[in-house]
Design a protein. Structure first.
Length: 363
C-alpha cells in the first residue's frame, strides 16, 4: 500500500495539473499560444483519476481500522464521520459533474465551458485542501495555505505540461512566453511562501537537519533539492529561450519544456512520498524508523534520539562546487544546442551532489 499511495498521489497531482492547464490554455487567444489539442479522452481519464486516486487515502484508513468493527461498518464510518471520507464523497460528486461537462460540452470551442471547468477544478482543489494533513493541524490556516499552494502549483505546472506535450507545433511561442513567464513567477513565489508556511506545521526550521534522519525528512530534502534544477529550467525556458527564439524562430523549445515537466513529475513523486510518511513531530527516531539512505551516507555513528547539525566540511564544499559545475553545464548544453536529455542528466548529477554534500556535512 505504501508504493500504491505514492504512485496514486503523484498521479492525482498530475490529473489536476492536466485539467486546469487545459481549461486555462483554451481561454487564451490562439495568437498567444501554440496550437494545442487535448483530446476529451485524456481529460475524462484525468477526472476519473481524481475520483479514484483521491480514494486511496480513504482506503488506507479503512484497511487500518476495519479489523475491530468489520469492513462494512468501518467503510460507512470513515466515509461519513472522518474528514478525509467526507471530502472524498464531495470530490466524487463534483468529479462526476465535471465528467458530464467534459463529455457533453465542447470546452475547446466555447470559453464559457472552460470557465465552468476551471471553477469545478478549483472546487475539487478546495476539497483536497480540506482533507489535507495541514488542515488537520490547523483547520483554517492549513486549509487556506494548502489550497493556495496546490492551486499555484497546478496552474503553473498544468500550463507547462499541456503546452509541452499537447501542442501540435511551436508557433507563437514567443507570444506565449510573454504572458506565461510572469504567471509562472507569481505561481512560483506563491508556492514557495505557502510551502514554507506548510512546512512549519510539521518541522521547525532549526530542526530541519534532524528531520533528515527519518524517511519523511529525506523525501522533504529531495523535494527541496529538486527545486534547484526546476529553477534552472525555468530560466532556460523563459529568459534564454526568448533570446534563442528571437535569433532563430525555427528553434524547437518543446523538448526543453518537456524536460522541465519531467522534473516537476519528480517533485510530485517526492511530495507524494511525504504523504505516506509520519512527520517528525509524530516520530521518535529509533533504529527501526531511521532512513536507510541516511545511515548509508551519514559519516558518524547513528544513535537513537541523537541530534545532528549541518557543518559543511571540505568534502561537502567540494561536492557543492561539483554541483555548481553541473548547473553551469546544464545551461551550457542549452546554449550549445545539445539534446535536452543531456541537460537532464546533468541536473540529476546536480541533485545527487547537493544531496551528498548536505548529508556528508552532518555532525
Amino acid at each position: 500500500m505504501f508504493l500504491l499511495g505514492i504512485i496514486s498521489e503523484a498521479l492525482l497531482y498530475l490529473c489536476f495539473a492536466l485539467l486546469i492547464g487545459s481549461f486555462l490554455l483554451y481561454l487564451v487567444p490562439s495568437s498567444y499560444r501554440p496550437d494545442i489539442n487535448v483530446p476529451k479522452g485524456y481529460l475524462m481519464m484525468a477526472i476519473g483519476g481524481i475520483a479514484i486516486f483521491s480514494f486511496i487515502p480513504v482506503l488506507q484508513l479503512i484497511l487500518y481500522l476495519y479489523e475491530d468493527i468489520g469492513f462494512a461498518q468501518t467503510f460507512q464510518s470513515v466515509l461519513f464521520t472522518f474528514e478525509v471520507g467526507k471530502a472524498w464523497v464531495f470530490t466524487y460528486i463534483f468529479s462526476n459533474l465535471l465528467f458530464i461537462l467534459v463529455v457533453w460540452f465542447d470546452y475547446r470551442k466555447r470559453a464559457l465551458y472552460s470557465y465552468i471547468g476551471i471553477i469545478f477544478t478549483l472546487i475539487l482543489i478546495l476539497a483536497l485542501g480540506w482533507s489535507s494533513h495541514a488542515s488537520s493541524y490547523d483547520q483554517v490556516k492549513g486549509f487556506l495555505n494548502q489550497s493556495a499552494h496546490f492551486t499555484a502549483v497546478s496552474v503553473w505546472t498544468g500550463i507547462l505540461i499541456v503546452v509541452s506535450w499537447f501542442s501540435k507545433n511551436h508557433s507563437n511561442w514567443l507570444n506565449f512566453l510573454k504572458w506565461f513567464t510572469p504567471v509562472a513567477i507569481v505561481c512560483f513565489a506563491s508556492t514557495i511562501v505557502t510551502g514554507l508556511i506548510l512546512m512549519t506545521f510539521v518541522v521547525e526550521f532549526k530542526d530541519y537537519p534532524n528531520s533528515w534522519m527519518i524517511p519523511y525528512g529525506q523525501a522533504l530534502l529531495f523535494k527541496h533539492i529538486l527545486i534547484i534544477p526546476l529553477m534552472v529550467y525555468a530560466v532556460i525556458n523563459s529568459i534564454l529561450m526568448k533570446r534563442k527564439l528571437e535569433k532563430d524562430i525555427n528553434f524547437n523549445p518543446k523538448p526543453w519544456a518537456r524536460v522541465e515537466s519531467i522534473v516537476i513529475l519528480l517533485i510530485f513523486s517526492a511530495t507524494a512520498a511525504l504523504g505516506q510518511q509520519s512527520p517528525p513531530h509524530e516520530t521518535t527516531v529509533t533504529s527501526e524508523v531511521v532512513s536507510k539512505l541516511f545511515t548509508m551516507f551519514y559519516q558518524g555513528q547513528f544513535r537513537p534520539e541523537m541530534t545532528v547539525q549541518l557543518v559543511l566540511n571540505s568534502t561537502s564544499m567540494s561536492l557543492i562546487l561539483l554541483a555548481l559545475l553541473f548547473l553551469v553545464l546544464t545551461i551550457f548544453s542549452f546554449t550549445k544546442k545539445a539534446p535536452a536529455v543531456v541537460s537532464f542528466f546533468m541536473c540529476i548529477l546536480l541533485v545527487l551532489c547537493v544531496y551528498l554534500s548536505l548529508i556528508l556535512g552532518l555532525q
